[in-house]
Design a protein around this ligand. Structure first.
Ligand SMILES: Cc1cc2nc3c(=O)[nH]c(=O)nc-3n(C[C@H](O)[C@H](O)[C@H](O)COP(=O)(O)OP(=O)(O)OC[C@H]3O[C@@H](n4cnc5c(N)ncnc54)[C@H](O)[C@@H]3O)c2cc1C
Length: 521
């Protein structure tokens, strides 16, 4: 790093100490901590609302989720509010989701997975003795292994080999189960369970790291156990979480500018000095925290001539995470939806097939697997009495193989999704639909600023997570920090909040080193 990082200059030469690009959860967490620690901080957000992928949108009488539909690992969110001297419950309340989800399997059998691990064991034993015993071993491995330490690393630095060594030293359970580090998600899951219905139900977790069961890392299999610690929905809709964080930020003097797209990051001799907005205004700051995809930061916002060739090549080699589409429906009547989430699952193999045969070939999914989220089951205020909001979610490539645009096939694909639901799982909704809109990868890019619609920023395999992702303290530009799903451990609400907390710590660490005159590590 160079000297000073902008902290030695008087504030009068800057508009703010810190500028944050994007009011996603990572940006709000970083901004929240910086403002709480006394830095003048402004967040510039291109959309008319905060939250990014964790938000809500109203269509008539129905309130839909923008992206995320469930919150796990509440303790990370509590940790964030506590770090700003606040009690979470004053800013956002969470409603427990019970059962965790309902499964409709390839034989159109319905069963519900409860939160209680004990009751889940009983359910699995009703499939076969081996599956019941498999759940017991799975729960034991999860509780004594990586799952136990998972939430701790969400807010810890994991950027270098020495960070990895420190984590292994202080959280030995992270590395105690070597087989799940070496084997695929599919192999790990198959070593515990036999029933195709159970394998299909538990395979959904592979997409939390953005890969199909055949390619996702084995440790991700234990993410489905983490849900049994509790799964929640914010009262009032997903937007309640970012809005609560934005309120805390404003109370500490932070400013949020909505509808303010950042079109460039200003630099002087490899140091960032502020941002340029879409309307041409230039705003100066000592540091900039980017809560958007690292590929967009280095590839679109920074002057190309100042990003060294090695960095451009390294960024090009990083694969984006998967994209998806979501059919949003306002539905009359309760029938057919017994839980907040219903998984229509053609089994584990169906998930691999959708990936290799459809997604990787640039084709919209041809059925076999759909996730329905019906948050009005948990929070009835989201729809009129007797109605529900339903989100039908499946993989969808950003780039279509035949050169078609999502704008042209949007209606046809919405219809096809309803056809799969009927043909594969016997669920007929058409007569009860009062509102329908297909949100496509292209729309997510336009409206949520999600680079090429990539749900979790970058792919998150064993060799593309933590220290293999772009650095959160830029090694190229002094004063530039990254948060959000393309850095740290990837996508997901608690992970992105954790990334923002780490980014804020890095900023404060550099500021105090600069002010004390030390050259730092
Ligand atoms: C469809 C979908 C379903 C998901 N489901 C879940 C779930 O159930 N549970 C879960 O934990 N996670 C889920 N996730 C993941 C989770 O929502 C995200 O990982 C997390 O919210 C991303 O936070 P972030 O900090 O990376 O910011 P983002 O949410 O990516 O927000 C970035 C913000 O930056 C703004 N922005 C972009 N470019 C600019 C610019 N140039 N200038 C100014 N502002 C800009 C955007 O408008 C946006 O508001 C889901 C994601 C998606 C898309």
């Amino acid at each position: 790093m160079g000297d000073g990082h902008g902290w030695s200059e008087p504030l009068s030469t800057h508009d703010y100490d810190a500028i944050v690009i994007g009011a996603g959860l990572g940006g709000l967490a970083a901004g929240g901590l910086l403002a709480h620690r006394g830095m003048s901080t402004a967040i510039f957000e291109q959309a008319p609302r905060v939250g990014g992928c964790c938000g809500s949108l109203r269509h008539g009488d129905y309130q839909f989720d923008v992206g995320a539909t469930v919150v796990l690992f509440l303790d990370v969110i509590e940790r964030f509010f506590r770090s700003t001297g606040r009690e979470m419950a004053r800013y956002v309340q969470f409603l427990p989701i019970e059962p965790l989800f309902e499964v409709v399997d390839q034989e159109r059998r319905r069963f519900q997975i409860p939160t209680s691990p004990l009751e889940t064991g009983e359910l699995f034993a009703s499939f076969s003795e081996e599956d019941g015993e498999g759940w017991r071993r799975f729960a034991e491995a999860a509780e004594s292994g990586m799952a136990a330490a998972m939430t701790q690393i969400f807010t810890r630095r994991f950027q270098t080999l020495s960070d990895a060594r420190e984590i292994a030293r202080t959280s030995p359970s992270m590395t105690s189960d070597r087989s799940s580090l070496l084997h695929s998600f599919e192999k790990t899951l198959r070593s515990y369970f036999r029933s195709e219905s159970i394998l299909g139900a538990l395979s959904l977790a592979s997409y939390s790291v953005g890969l199909p069961p055949a390619l996702a890392p084995g440790y991700a299999a234990f993410l489905s156990y983490a849900e049994h610690q509790g799964s929640y929905y914010p009262k009032g809709g997903m937007k309640a979480l970012p809005e609560g964080m934005a309120t805390a930020f404003a109370e500490d003097g932070g400013e949020i500018h909505l509808g303010a797209r950042v079109s460039g990051i200003l630099t002087e001799e490899r140091r960032v000095v502020g941002v340029r907005l879409g309307d041409g205004r230039e705003i100066r700051s000592r540091v900039v925290v980017g809560d958007i995809n690292a590929k967009a930061i280095y590839g679109q916002l920074l002057p190309r001539s100042e990003v060294p060739l090695w960095a451009r090549l390294a960024l090009r080699s990083l694969r984006l995470s998967q994209s998806s589409c979501m059919l949003k429906l306002g539905i009359e009547g309760d029938e057919g939806f017994g839980a907040h989430h219903t998984l229509y699952s053609g089994g584990l193999e169906a998930l691999n097939r959708i990936w290799f045969d459809d997604y990787e070939r640039g084709r919209p999914s041809r059925g076999g697997y759909l996730l329905a989220s019906i948050p009005s089951r948990t929070d009835p205020s989201l729809a009129p009495p007797g109605h529900h909001v339903v989100h039908l979610h499946t993989l969808a490539p950003y780039q279509l193989a035949d050169g078609a645009s999502w704008d042209d096939i949007q209606r046809r694909e919405a219809d096809r999704m309803l056809d799969f639901l009927e043909a594969d799982f016997g669920v007929r909704l058409r007569e009860r639909i009062r509102f329908a809109h297909l949100s496509t990868p292209l729309e997510l890019e336009r409206e949520v600023g999600l680079h090429r619609g990539a749900l979790y920023g970058l792919e998150s395999g064993l060799l593309s997570t933590s220290m293999f992702r772009p650095r959160m303290r830029s090694p190229i530009f002094d004063g530039l920090y990254l948060a959000g799903s393309s850095v740290h451990l990837g996508g997901g609400i608690p992970v992105c909040i954790g990334s923002g907390m780490i980014a804020a710590d890095l900023v404060c660490e550099d500021a105090s080193l600069a002010q004390s005159g030390s050259s730092g590590p």
